[in-house]
Structure formats: structure tokens, C-alpha cells
Design a protein around this ligand. Structure first.
Ligand code: PLP
Length: 385
């Protein structure tokens, strides 16, 4: 047997360990208040499902062009101009099997062995693996050194971590796990930093539609950034399409041949009916999100109040669907132990902050993307902690 060494560069999500623990508890008859997940609570919209069914009925079940079907690419060009202020042509776009695959291709297309990749920490867990797998060296920039600070301080913190080997910066806004949204000024500062050091940016905008305060600014829309930014989008969070696996990457022309080869050699194009479902999603009335956003906001405010009343210190997350309370005072500094304690005492399942990097230690990530009933039960349980 010849097992390749390569996969040893990758981790296996710790969140799976928590999920298995939750399953075991449920099997033994416990009710678990599941706040550990990362999925929209709303069902996949009917207009998306209908489009997928219609595609199947029309026998759209054969290979599609490996970079994406033309009507979807055209609709994405229009969406990017309208919503993201990013002017592209079809040739600057590629459809991927979700954001995770888009990120995988983006890292493989940009990072050479030994290149340093900067990113704010805590970070979405797979990012560190993506950096390692592409041969890069992860350089974590502690978010708490810049959170709430001026853009000039953000710049100083970035400069202090930057060496001549820095080549890439990964920027995730709205962010997982913190729910933070980078402001236009902060993004402009990161953009100036990237230009000054000739860095390529991988922008992860998976939660672009889930913003409760402030605005979503696409890195590629800032002056001089489209030519150095690969932006990864997904349909998963905006349209509750996590299981359909579709997203897209917008990139400067120099990266497109690599991205096309990576998609061709990994998935050989995204499922054709799924692409028709995505077409229906992206051409749907954009006001569709307004009511949904309100439902998320209501859930966020309820859960935050519950935590604050129970004595936790929480920053109000302006985006995504996670809260990331500091649990050190109430549950101790070890976030795996804190997760266990909270689970035992309140039946609330959460994710230890250290899963998102050492800078996440002392926190727990909880999703408010669930039913009001579950959140109300969580708030009642917190009151007894
Ligand atoms: N980026 C971030 C920050 C995420 O949290 C996720 C999913 O949780 C993704 C990208 C990828 O999502 P998907 O692969 O479902 O499109």
C-alpha cells in the first residue's frame, strides 16, 4: 500500500468531533440546543428548487462547460456590477463546487511553497489547512489587536507581521467566527497595505448578504484592487443552498488558466441542474433578503441578550450568523472545557474558540441561525447557569 503523505498537511474539522458528541447525546435521549452549526435556518427557497426540478425535466443532466453555463456566467457578471461594484466579463469568472472548493482553487492558484499568507485570527478553520496544503506559511494577525482600533492601527499591526516573504493576504468579511464586518476604511487600509507589498488578496465574501449594521464592501471594488484580488462567493449562505454545493470565483486574467485547470481536474465542472438552480437564485428579486435579514437580526438580538443577562461579555456581531462571546469569566479560559461545561449545564452545543486559532481561545462560537424556539430555550437555560 502506498498512502500519500500530502493529506497529512490537512486537518480534519474539530467541529465534526462536536457534532459526533451531540449525536451521541441525542441518541441517549437528551435534548441538545444545537448552536454549533453553520447553516442557514431557512429552507432552500421554492424558486431555487423549482428551477432545479425544471432543469432535470428538461434533461439538463449532461456535462456543462467546466467553467460554468453561459446564462449563469452572464447573470453573475450583472450581479457583480450591480451589487459588488466589480466590473468583470464572463472570462474573469469560474463556477465552483461551493465556496470551499473556490477557496481551495484560489489558494492552489496563488501560493507557492514558502510564500507567507497573512490572515486575521480567529479565522475560519479550513483556511490554515488551505495554506499548508498549498505549501504556504500561515502568518496569523491577531484580530483583537485591531478590533475597534483605527484603520491606521490596523495598518501598523499588518506591517508588524509582514516580512519580505509575504505574498498573499486572505480577507474574510463578514467574518466567521466573529461576525465582524470590515468597514470601507479598514478595507481601504488593507488594500493600501496589499499594494505597498505587492500582495495578492484572496477575499472570502461568503456572508455578503448577511449584514445587520454597516455595509458589505467588496475588496475588488476598491481602486486598483480588481487586478490583484481573487474573490470567492458562494450560494450556500445567501440562498440556503449548502447541500447544493455551488459558488464562484472572480479573478484577474493571470489566474484564470490555473483556476480553469484546477476546476477541470478536481470536479470537471459543477452539477448542471445545480447551476440552473443558482441561475434562478442570482436573478431573483434582490429584496428577497430584506425579510430574511430581519429574521436573523431578531435571532441575534435574542441570543445576545441571553448571554449578556447571564454575565458574558459579547461584542454585537454586525454580520454573518455567529456570536463569539468571551467566556473566560463565567466558564474559564480553556474553550474545550468551557464548551463541555456549557453543554452539560445548559444543553447548549457550541464550538470552542480555539478551533479558530489560538487567538480564539477563551471564546465559544454559537450560531443564531436556528428556530426562535431553540433560541428561547437557550436563553432560559442560560438564565439558570
Ligand atoms: N467561507 C466561510 C468564511 C465559511 O464560513 C464557509 C462555510 O461555512 C465557506 C466559505 C464555504 O461555504 P460553502 O463551501 O458551503 O460554499
Amino acid at each position: 500500500m502506498n498512502v500519500a503523505d500530502r493529506a497529512s498537511l490537512l486537518g480534519f474539522s474539530d467541529i465534526v468531533k462536536i457534532r459526533n458528541r451531540v449525536f451521541a447525546m441525542r441518541e441517549s435521549g437528551h435534548r441538545v440546543l444545537q448552536l454549533e452549526g453553520g447553516e442557514p435556518f431557512i429552507g432552500t427557497p421554492d424558486f431555487v428548487k423549482e428551477a432545479m426540478k425544471a432543469a432535470l425535466d428538461a434533461n439538463q443532466t449532461r456535462y456543462a462547460p467546466s467553467s460554468g453555463i453561459q446564462p449563469l456566467l452572464d447573470a453573475l457578471v450583472e450581479k457583480l456590477a450591480r451589487k459588488n461594484s466589480v466590473a468583470v466579463t464572463r472570462d474573469d469568472l469560474i463556477v465552483t463546487s461551493g465556496g470551499a472548493h473556490g477557496l481551495f482553487c484560489a489558494f492552489q492558484a496563488t501560493v507557492n511553497p514558502g510564500d507567507e499568507v497573512l490572515f486575521l485570527s480567529p479565522y475560519w478553520t479550513p483556511i490554515k489547512d488551505q495554506v499548508s496544503y498549498s505549501g504556504g506559511v500561515a502568518v496569523r494577525v491577531p484580530w483583537d489587536e485591531v478590533r475597534g482600533e483605527s484603520p491606521a492601527d490596523l495598518r501598523q499591526t499588518l506591517e508588524s507581521r509582514c516580512t519580505p516573504r509575504a505574498r498573499i493576504i486572505y480577507v474574510n468579511t463578514p467574518g466567521n467566527p466573529t461576525g465582524d464586518v470590515l468597514t470601507r476604511d479598514q478595507l481601504t487600509e488593507i488594500a493600501e497595505f496589499a499594494k505597498a507589498h505587492d500582495l495578492t488578496v484572496i477575499a472570502d465574501e461568503a456572508y455578503e448578504d448577511l449584514i445587520y449594521e454597516g455595509e458589505h464592501v467588496s475588496m475588488a471594488s476598491l481602486p486598483g484592487m480588481a487586478e490583484r484580488t481573487l474573490t470567492v462567493f458562494t450560494f450556500s449562505k445567501s440562498f440556503s443552498m449548502t447541500g447544493l454545493r455551488i459558488g464562484y470565483v472572480v479573478a484577474p486574467p493571470a489566474f484564470m488558466p490555473s483556476l480553469r485547470k484546477l476546476v477541470l481536474n478536481s470536479v470537471n465542472g459543477v452539477s448542471t441542474p445545480t447551476q440552473f438552480a443558482a441561475l434562478a437564485a442570482v436573478t431573483h428579486d434582490p429584496h428577497f433578503f430584506d425579510a430574511i435579514r430581519e429574521q436573523y437580526r431578531q435571532r441575534r438580538d435574542l441570543l445576545l441578550q441571553g448571554f449578556r443577562d447571564a454575565g458574558f461579555s459579547c461584542v454585537t456581531p454586525p454580520g454573518a450568523f455567529y456570536t463569539f462571546p468571551d467566556v473566560r469569566e463565567r466558564l474559564g479560559g480553556d474553550s474545550w472545557k468551557a464548551m463541555e461545561t456549557l453543554l452539560e449545564r445548559t444543553s447548549i452545543a457550541s464550538v470552542p474558540g480555539s478551533v479558530f486559532g489560538p487567538e480564539g481561545e477563551g471564546h465559544l462560537r454559537m450560531s443564531f441561525s436556528t428556530s426562535m424556539e431553540t433560541l428561547e430555550a437557550a436563553v432560559r437555560a442560560l438564565a439558570t447557569l
